[in-house]
Design a protein around this ligand. Structure first.
Ligand code: PLP
Length: 381
């Protein structure tokens, strides 16, 4: 179907058309890993040689994500971390990289190891502080600047346009992990980012039943993008046919889910902000959030479904609140239809400076009244 419609319409159809033979309105799964040639050794169908790169539904899913992202091209990977790793593998040994401090712990931990193994100098800085960011870029002259917006779990908002300009001036490319926003809410390429990463495990799929990742580019002629594409083919971190099918199915309802989840997250942030047993709420939709004005500038249709709350007290009090929750499930991850709560300090420890009293909420699609009632009883003890 054409891409000149509203994004919710394009998503509902997932860029597909009914099957020409049967009229099926849902695409089939193509599990074949290899495709036969005829007697003259020609492929039966061009673009169908070997499944590592040749899967029509994978191409359709990538086209849909590129369309949402306003990107020139996208490539799916076997997980969000595989997508992030594909970006960092473009950094030459001996170069430098800069990453935002306090981002997804799994990324930070892996990047630290990766840089150490490859003789890459790593600087971590608060990219929401424009002075610190400018100084870091000038001193480190990195090949790559990697940020998250909003960041997980502290929901900091980096000014993507500023970061892109500063990175380019310093000779770096800017890669943005916008998983917590979704491409419906924030499209970093519109603000000058070169590469965008998502853990499609989260809201893109939205049902907590597959691992996937995606990288998108502002310029498919760029040598770095060509390397990402080549590496995915050669090193093989592709998404399987069944997962791709699930992802396409999940994305068909993305617009509805994002609308509901963002509205509920906003209501929950306001409720928590006024609660006597809450020290503070980290959510870019709140006017008091230090990054609110930037969030308004670079996010549309809401501020995401991730809300972090600092409970009055320390780790024990936060864990007690989490333990009393009945509708929120105590589990890691985010972006699914079911609401989740996580005590991040229990996972990260002191490695990233996450506050001991922080609970991260991933707001799902349940009725918001039930979610607020659950939080209220848990906070009141
Ligand atoms: N980026 C962000 C912001 C995340 O929260 C996560 C996982 O929680 C990832 C990347 C990694 O994604 P995956 O678990 O799909 O490898």
């Amino acid at each position: 179907m054409s891409t000149d419609k509203n994004i919710a319409t394009t998503l509902a159809h997932a860029l597909g058309k009914p099957d020409q033979r049967t009229g099926a309105v849902v695409p089939g799964i193509e599990p074949a890993t290899t495709f036969a040639r005829d007697a003259s050794y020609a492929l039966a169908s061009p673009g169908h040689l070997y499944a590592r790169d040749d899967n029509d539904l994978c191409r359709q899913a990538e086209a849909l994500i590129a369309h949402m992202e306003k990107a020139q091209s996208s490539r799916l990977f076997a997980s969000g971390m595989a997508a992030i790793a594909a970006v960092f593998r473009t950094v030459p040994p001996g170069a430098a990289v800069a990453i935002q401090s306090g981002i997804y712990w799994g990324t930070t931990v892996w990047v630290r190891k990766f840089c150490q193994r490859n003789g890459i100098a790593l600087v971590e800085c608060d990219t929401t502080n424009t002075v610190q960011l400018t100084e870091t870029l000038a001193e480190a002259a990195p090949d790559l600047l990697f940020i998250e917006s909003p960041s997980n779990p502290t929901l900091k908002v980096t000014d993507i346009a500023f970061a892109a300009e500063a990175a380019h001036k310093a000779g770096a490319v800017l890669a943005v992990d916008a998983t917590a926003a979704t491409p419906l809410v924030c499209r970093p390429i519109e603000f000058g980012a070169d590469l965008v990463v998502h853990s499609a495990t989260k809201a893109l799929n939205g049902h907590s039943d597959l691992l996937a990742g995606v990288v998108s580019t502002s310029n498919e002629a760029n040598e770095r993008w060509k390397l990402i594409v080549e590496e995915r083919h050669d090193a093989g971190a592709v998404l399987g046919a069944f997962e791709t099918w699930l992802l396409v199915r999940g994305m068909r309802t993305l617009a509805l889910r994002v609308e509901r989840m963002n509205a509920s997250a906003m209501a929950i942030a306001r409720f928590l902000d006024a609660h006597a047993n809450v020290e503070s709420v980290l959510y870019p939709g709140l006017e008091t959030h230090p990054g609110h004005d930037i969030a308004v500038k670079q996010m549309t249709g809401g501020f995401g479904s991730l809300v972090s709350v600092l409970v009055k007290g320390g780790a024990d009090e936060a864990l007690a609140v989490a333990g009393r929750l009945q509708t929120f499930l105590r589990a890691t991850s985010l972006g699914g239809v079911e609401s989740l709560v996580e005590h991040r300090y229990s996972i990260e420890g002191d490695a990233t400076g996450v506050p001991k009293n922080l609970l991260r909420l991933s707001v799902g699609i349940e009725h918001v009244d039930d979610l607020i009632a659950d939080l209220d009883q848990a906070l009141n003890g």
